[in-house]
Design a protein around this ligand. Structure first.
Ligand code: ZN
Length: 310
């Protein structure tokens, strides 16, 4: 099966009960974008999907993931836009703060906790704090390395008559900063409401070309001597860690006509230094809520050998 055909089959499956269409109709639209207009397949798929969403009067979040979902534990949620099933307890309900949001709060299972959002228009039953539910067909999202799940019109909610232990997913790591990953430094995020994805070459994977908003972030790799951990510093933590504020970073980039200078400078300031970092674990990242620099057993030679080999 060609790539286009596979995508066409999947798109068709998502709309087959809403629209009169054949796999060939879908494939033809995709083919035109990919073949004639040289649009990358992922973008073509988004465009064609948008077209059918409009036609069906549906929102993107109404779409089912294709095929059966994976039953996941909360700590396993580590990428955005995954369709999944969860069994979790409502640990906390927060003030929705916006009329488009029906309920917002925290879900927990033995592996940890995760934020959830339920849209007002999704027409789902009200969740109660302290109760355990089985959720089917929720979709994951990411904001600054923190994952959340969204409940939508297609989500199934079944109340379970049982209790569930809720794990604490705070963790602490201690070691040398051996690498700073790409996507660190001065970055731009999509300004669309509730999106905030990091732009790649000025493009959001969901909204295409947009005027991004500047932000600071470090995705760091810490080696504790046994294993490596990935950690994310948000804007405030990055400013504190490096002494480079967002304003300063923008000036540096403007002077150099290059944003990568910021990550380079940050790299120079932190590589090879020892830190103790603590915060919630989300997916494979430890979010650096708290950190301090240690005057550790700095074996600079060993650290540099390690850094070069990564
Ligand atoms: Zn976006």
């Amino acid at each position: 099966m060609t790539d286009v055909h596979q995508h066409a089959v999947e798109i068709h499956e998502q709309f087959s009960d809403k629209l009169e269409l054949t796999v060939e109709d879908v494939a033809e639209r995709l083919e035109k974008l990919v073949g004639e207009y040289k649009v990358p397949i992922d973008e073509a798929r988004r465009s064609v999907t948008s077209h059918y969403l409009d036609e069906a009067g549906m929102e993107r979040e109404d779409l089912r993931g294709s095929g059966g979902n994976q039953e996941m534990q909360i700590s396993e949620v580590d990428e955005p836009e995954q369709w999944l099933d969860l069994t979790a307890k409502v640990v906390d309900l927060w003030d929705p703060g916006h009329e488009s949001i029906g309920q917002v709060g925290l879900l927990g299972d033995p592996t940890g906790t995760i934020k959830f959002t339920k849209w007002a228009k999704s027409d789902l039953p009200a969740l109660e704090e302290g109760k355990v539910y089985r959720f089917s067909n929720v979709v994951s999202d990411e904001y600054q390395g923190r994952f959340s799940v969204k409940l939508n019109r297609t989500t199934g909610i079944e109340e379970l008559d049982e209790d569930l232990e809720v794990g604490d997913n705070e963790s602490e790591i201690e070691g040398a900063m051996v690498d700073i990953q790409s996507g660190s430094g001065l970055i731009k995020r999509c300004p669309e409401e509730d999106c905030t994805r990091v732009l790649q070459n000025g493009r959001c994977s969901e909204h295409g070309e947009v005027e991004g908003e500047f932000d600071l972030r470090i995705k760091g790799v810490v080696d504790d001597g046994m294993t490596v951990h990935e950690t994310i510093f948000n804007k405030e933590a990055t400013e504190e860690l490096t002494g480079i504020t967002l304003e300063k970073a923008k000036e540096m980039a403007m002077d150099a006509l290059d944003t990568t200078i910021v990550a380079d400078e940050m790299r120079e300031k932190v590589l090879g230094r020892y830190y103790r970092i603590s915060g919630p674990t989300l997916g494979r990242y430890v979010l650096a809520n708290d950190f301090e620099e240690l005057t550790g057993p700095v074996d600079a030679e060993a650290v540099l050998i390690k850094a070069r080999s990564m």
